[in-house]
Design a protein around this ligand. Sequence first.
Ligand code: SF4
Ligand code: SF4
Length: 345
Amino acid sequence: MERFITEANLQQFAATLAGKKHVLAPVASGGTTCFRRLVPGMRLDFSRMAVISPKDATFPRNETLLLVQRYVEESGKKLELKEQLPEGECIVIGSRPCGARGKLIFDPVYETEAIKDPYYLRRRDNTLFITLSCDRPESTCFCHSVGSNPADGTGSDVLLTAVEGGFFARAITPKGEELLADALFEEAGTRAEEAAAKQTKARELMGQAHDFSSAAAKLLERFDDMGFWQAQSNKCISCGACTYMCPTCYCFNITDDEAGLVSRRLRSWDNCMSHTFTLEGSGHNPRGTKAHRLKNRVGHKFSYYPDLHASQIACCGCGRCIKQCPAGVDIRQVVMAAQEYVDER
Ligand code: SF4
Ligand code: SF4
């Protein structure tokens, strides 16, 4: 199904949806653009890519897994556990293709024969993505180097492309077709051709893609070469911004938050660039230096994960880690340095 919607009507459509459901959308905030829960008075801001992807929709930065209630009675102490499975539907409006596709990296990890994470699966199955294709890729974008493109509909229910006066909308899933049945959407007319031309132009603006086809093997070759990893990580200050910005990072920590007789078991995003990530109770740390930690972060995304999961690189090329790194560490350059390395020892 293909439709057209004016910009004003898209704002109206989003506001109406937000009155009925949880809608996550990019809004202007503090001089930048961030995904927020849309509430009355907020307007969609499509002027630039949001600082953090809408990963919160399917994998929130903090979520309560369990509530634990303690009772002290004459007969003794009792514990009651209440599982807190997420309820309701979420609609993400204005993700970029990298964010919608990036969430798919979670599936082989959170849904296996042995493990089915009920919190993640419920959120994933109850979240719809109305994605906006990119027309002005930034210098840090490289989705075309990891099997995608600025108009990739993978992982989305609807793909919007900006055209004269509004947006061309293409349904990708049956749920997307239901959304486009809303009366605010009009006949698409000849806008499909205009949208296709815009998409082609955006792809051309990205230029030549990097060839990461030898990355998995070459990163493994450098596994024990800590001199290489020391050189790559010299600039890193271990701030962890790269992992927090990343749509495909899926590590978490579990903590208990106690308040009197009630406590909450929380799951929160973790950060493999922090020295505490693998710190053991004994004080030993198998990834005790930032060189070890960068090796793990890059190796995981471009080598270990693809080896386990059908050669799929665990990076959607959004470039957020490059753009937000205060020290100028560029994951593309690290991978290419490993690929081009000539061992003269
Ligand atoms: S954002 Fe940059 S400086 Fe911060 S941990 Fe990541 S690589 Fe290191
Ligand atoms: S590693 Fe960097 S470029 Fe790749 S998905 Fe994560 S933030 Fe985006």
